[in-house]
Design a protein around this ligand. Structure first.
Ligand SMILES: [Mg+2]
Length: 191
């Protein structure tokens, strides 16, 4: 029979470590479209997880995004949105219409950053806004994104987690892979 001490150790080892901040790209990371070109306002909500656009195009979050955002909220992880979209208004509307755990998804984001150019700018701005600049320097940020050009965020201390499939976007498999890779990367950074 395992002693309580061993059981406690097992539990500690199996506990998932998370970064302080998870940054999510939006287009082809949490939903399967470019919101500045593929869909048009106004949107009609068909349910709490599905909308129809002006031309009849229907859109939802990728299927595993809701449970991932709920897990992050449950773990007290700060969630940031970073998008190069030319239409933040459309993105904000979608984030308000899609519900996660019964609440508009937008409520789970502590900061939303927009604009063209490198995502290093988005992330540095969010870190400043949230007073988490030390955490960024210490490797406590991760960005999930479908565009490999955004890997340059690693130059400012944010781990980059590439999402290779526009069909599945941010899936649980890729989320866990990213978090595990972050954990190893941050360990190396510290030593
Ligand atoms: Mg994208």
């Amino acid at each position: 029979m395992l002693s309580n001490v061993v059981l406690l150790q097992c539990r500690t080892i199996s506990m998932q470590e998370y970064p302080t901040v998870v940054v999510l790209d939006l287009d082809y990371t949490i939903w399967p479209c470019w919101c500045d070109t593929h869909v048009s306002m106004p949107f009609k909500p068909l349910s709490k997880s599905r909308v129809r656009d002006k031309y009849g195009e229907e859109l939802s979050l990728y299927p595993e995004v809701e449970s991932i955002i709920l897990e992050l909220a449950d773990q007290g992880i700060t969630v940031v949105g970073a998008s190069r979209t030319a239409t933040p208004k459309v993105a904000k509307e979608l984030l308000s219409l899609f519900h996660v755990g019964g609440k508009p998804a937008i409520k789970y984001f502590s900061s939303l950053q927009w604009g063209q150019g490198s995502k290093t700018k988005h992330i540095m701005k969010a870190a400043k806004e949230l007073n988490l600049e030390d955490e960024l320097r210490d490797g406590e940020f991760i960005l999930f994104d479908d565009e490999s050009r955004n890997k340059d965020v690693e130059t400012i201390g944010c781990k980059f987690a590439y999402l290779p499939s526009q069909t599945v976007g941010l899936s649980r498999k890729h989320f866990e892979k990213g978090i595990n890779e972050w954990s190893t990367w941050r360990g190396r950074k510290k030593n």
